[in-house]
Every structure is written in structure tokens, then in C-alpha cells.
Design a protein around this ligand. Structure first.
Ligand SMILES: [Zn+2]
Length: 196
């Protein structure tokens, strides 16, 4: 029910049309605030932040906005002046959990009809936490039912764990957006090792 394409389309529909002139938002170290969803601001927000001196404009669109007394090209890449430290422990949300599991069922690998499964069922005292909830497609979820992995002979491919922000960022790089302005490319590394 939360297929990645659905999420991506929802987001794309909001910001990522070229006509919307969204600005890629970088942290003060020039890495994107978020890969997935890609950290984008509307051009209105980008200009407001520029005037409030919260960001530096790194690159611009050709398109201008004008008033009688002033003209400015719309920012296409902005960088925060103050470094925002990523939270060490990302929030336990549906999106982050799917992202940890790369939007694939941890039992069969399907990317479709994704739901959540309590690895140890709640009836057995299993908690709703990073370490006991995994991504499962609806058919696998149904098949496993209220059983433990041993009872159902269904082991998740990866033992559920609490991810770091860095791990989620890394996974996010596996989901390039449909639209990517040319000025963004220098700051985005899709599936390329940054440390290399
Ligand atoms: Zn499955």
C-alpha cells in the first residue's frame, strides 16, 4: 500500500516539476539535507531564506523574478549557513522503517503492497519498535499471521535494527528522483561512494 513509487510521485507532484523551480537544500558542508525524499524547497521558501541570510545561493536558474525595483534569478541550489547536525537516532516512522528496509519485503523481497510485520507477534509480547518491526508485503504478512518466525518458518532477511541517520541517508541514495536539475548533480551522489 506504500509502494516507493507512490511516495515518490506524491512528492514529485508537489515539488519536482521543472516549472516549480525547486531549490536543492544543502547542509553547511554542501551535502544534501536528505536524499530521499530529496531535500527541496519551493522557490518562494528559498528566496525568503536568502533574504533572512540563512542560506547562501550556490547556483541559479535562468528564470528571474522581478519587481519594479529589483530582479533576481531563482536559486537552484542553496546551502545552509549553519550546519544542522543530523539526529543520531532517526524517528521511528513508517517512512523511515521502509527506508531502512529499502522498500522491500524482508521475507520475499517484493516491493509491492508493503506493510509492517511484528517479527515477534504482539500476542507473544513483541514490541512495536525498531528491533521488532520489519517491512513485509501483504501476502507474506498474511501468510505469517500471528506466528513467530520459527513457527511460520519465515525468517526476515535482515534482523530488525535501529538505523543511524547515516544508514538511512545511504539507503536514500538508492532512490534517485525522476527530475534532477543539472545544477544539482555536483552535490548528489547516487550510489557512488562519497569516501572513495
Ligand atoms: Zn513478501
Amino acid at each position: 500500500m506504500y509502494h516507493p513509487d507512490v511516495l515518490q510521485d506524491r512528492w514529485q507532484g508537489r515539488w519536482a516539476s521543472p516549472q516549480a523551480c525547486p531549490a536543492l537544500v544543502l547542509n553547511a558542508d554542501y551535502t544534501p539535507l536528505s536524499y530521499y525524499p530529496l531535500s527541496l524547497w519551493s522557490w518562494q521558501d528559498a528566496i525568503k531564506a536568502t533574504f533572512l541570510e540563512r542560506v547562501d545561493v550556490i547556483a541559479q536558474y535562468d528564470r528571474e523574478i522581478r519587481s519594479p525595483s529589483f530582479a533576481m534569478r531563482l536559486p537552484s541550489v542553496v546551502a545552509l549557513r549553519q550546519y544542522v547536525k543530523p539526529s543520531t537516532h532517526p524517528a521511528f516512522t513508517r517512512f523511515n522503517l521502509f527506508l531502512r528496509d529499502r522498500f522491500t519485503c524482508q521475507y520475499c523481497g517484493s516491493p509491492h503492497e508493503l506493510t509492517f510485520d511484528h517479527v515477534v507477534p504482539r500476542a507473544y509480547g513483541g514490541r512495536t519498535s525498531w528491533t521488532n518491526v520489519t517491512t513485509a508485503c501483504a501476502p507474506c504478512n498474511l501468510r505469517k499471521g500471528g506466528r513467530t518466525p520459527a513457527e511460520a518458518h519465515m525468517l526476515p532477511r535482515q534482523r530488525p535494527f535501529q538505523p543511524t541517520s547515516h544508514q538511512l541517508q545511504e539507503n536514500g541514495r538508492g532512490f534517485p528522483p525522476h527530475y534532477c536539475h543539472e545544477t544539482w548533480r555536483d552535490y548528489l551522489y547516487w550510489d557512488v561512494e562519497l569516501e572513495a
